[in-house]
Write a protein that binds this ligand. Sequence first.
Ligand SMILES: Cc1cc2nc3c(=O)[nH]c(=O)nc-3n(C[C@H](O)[C@H](O)[C@H](O)COP(=O)(O)OP(=O)(O)OC[C@H]3O[C@@H](n4cnc5c(N)ncnc54)[C@H](O)[C@@H]3O)c2cc1C
Length: 396
Amino acid sequence: MSPSGKEDLFESPDFYNIDELLSDEHKLVRTSIREFVKKEISPHIDSWCQKAYFPNEIVPKLGKMGIFGPFIPLEYGDGGLDYTSYGLIMQEIERGDSGMRSTASVQGSLVMYPIFKFGSEEQKNKYLPKLASGEFLGCFGLTEPDYGSNPGGMITNFKDMGDHYLLNGAKMWISNAPYADIAIVWAKNEDGKIHGLIVERGMEGFSTPETHQKWSLRASATGELVFDNVKVPKANLLPGKSGLGAPLMCLDSARYGIAWGVMGAAMDCYDAAKRYSRQRVQFDRPIGAFQLTQKKLAEMLTEITKAQLLNWRLGKMMDEGNATTSQISLAKRNNVEIALHIAREARQIHGAMGITGDFPMMRHMANLESVLTYEGTHDIHLLILGKEITGIQAFY
Ligand SMILES: Cc1cc2nc3c(=O)[nH]c(=O)nc-3n(C[C@H](O)[C@H](O)[C@H](O)COP(=O)(O)OP(=O)(O)OC[C@H]3O[C@@H](n4cnc5c(N)ncnc54)[C@H](O)[C@@H]3O)c2cc1C
């Protein structure tokens, strides 16, 4: 029950029997995360968002549920699951709230993934089990005040001081930053080459001021990362990969999770609208009896079904290791756009009630505005596709 006494009655649509394409393990994972969301997130999420409160206490619970980096092998304390399971987990968490999914995406795809892919064995053993369990929370610092869509222009930099690196600069719009125990920071060395560094809370000169007054992702903590002559041990450089390709590889994994996640938000809006349209009576008939309401619901279900099939196929390609950046861009871009549209249509079906916290649409809608922009804006993903089609890069 939520504080307003509303029970979370969510049921996901499956118009094309996509469940037949899922294994028993996939369905088990989905059911367990759905139950977790109904118990631990749905009853509180409206109040957390109204108060702009990040529930840091939920982080170990998310860890216990195996939500952080489930695709990372068991030997590092994680789930060893496939990418379809990861997608389903993101879908269910974002059905609860995009802010909660952002915390999980960042931890799994943007902090654990680079340590797993590019880290030394010592770094993996030191950080991955603690990140998997939620004992540690991590963040990913790529964006800077003057370099968003163009991260390659970054000015954050480090100098080799012999026995350590000296890090200077600032990152902005960083999810989890105010509560993070560690940050994966992308910075240039003296040759202008981008590397990932693991910066730990408590290092002198490192601070994480919180960004306030957001109208979106209010249950997710966002902040800056400020580096003022921070001494970073040499052992904290990720040795496995350098160049902009390294953070972009992490973003592919996270964007894949977003493509699934936003469909959770979309399904939540559709499910609420379907239920409301049967209950709300105007002109002596349920509003679901009117053709215009039916058109909205039919179009929502059509787009959800198309996206479910898209996600399922993309999951297979991720597991085979051959999903390309532009294929992931297509899914992220399409699914965020249709989720936003579905949230707006579902809000309309609810009339005035739709603007209140008794229903999830306005919260999802406001959250999805951030999702449309982060991890590559809607237009940048279009330009990635445009380049794939024409062979010509249009963004610089
Ligand atoms: C809530 C939230 C959480 C975030 N979390 C993180 C995080 O954890 N880590 C992190 O590193 N970053 C994070 N970000 C930052 C996010 O990735 C950036 O906001 C995003 O990359 C866009 O950068 P920008 O906001 O500077 O917009 P800009 O790059 O300034 O873009 C502004 C507009 O110009 C358009 N534009 C830019 N260049 C072109 C071009 N060449 N052609 C056509 N149009 C163009 C864009 O599409 C956009 O519409 C987060 C952002 C938000 C809102």
